[in-house]
Design a protein around this ligand. Sequence first.
Ligand code: RB5
Length: 145
Amino acid sequence: MRLAIGSDHAGFELKESLKKHIISKKIDLIDVGTNSSESVDYPDFAIEVGKLINENKVDFGILICGTGIGMSIAANKIKGIRAALCLMPEMAGLARKHNNANVLVLPGRLIGFELATWILDAFLNSTFEGGRHERRVNKIKTLEE
Ligand code: RB5
């Protein structure tokens, strides 16, 4: 599995901690930044992660800002991206199983590292169920045309 991760300044600390967790699982990871706590604009990182997914350079993306809301809004404007802001592991599992989400969004200022790892693991360990969910995801895709 190949992942891309990106954050703004408000998600930087959680991104750095999650990177270690991901690398310990021997997953390939591309970090698109940001690289410090200096103020930056979250859409820039959503765009970079979206590109890597659409160019098939990674399978999934992880985006972190303060609330996760800005990253979600930005990422979901990118064709082909289905970004899910998840606050608990159950949401992350269902985001993969039912919504075929390809980006997990986390709120760096609202959750701690341990909960973030549970959410991330639920996302990575779940698979799209297809069937009636595929029909619904396909209807979402028609909105992009
Ligand atoms: C940055 O201050 C903050 O607005 C951003 O991280 C995010 O929460 C926006 O949705």
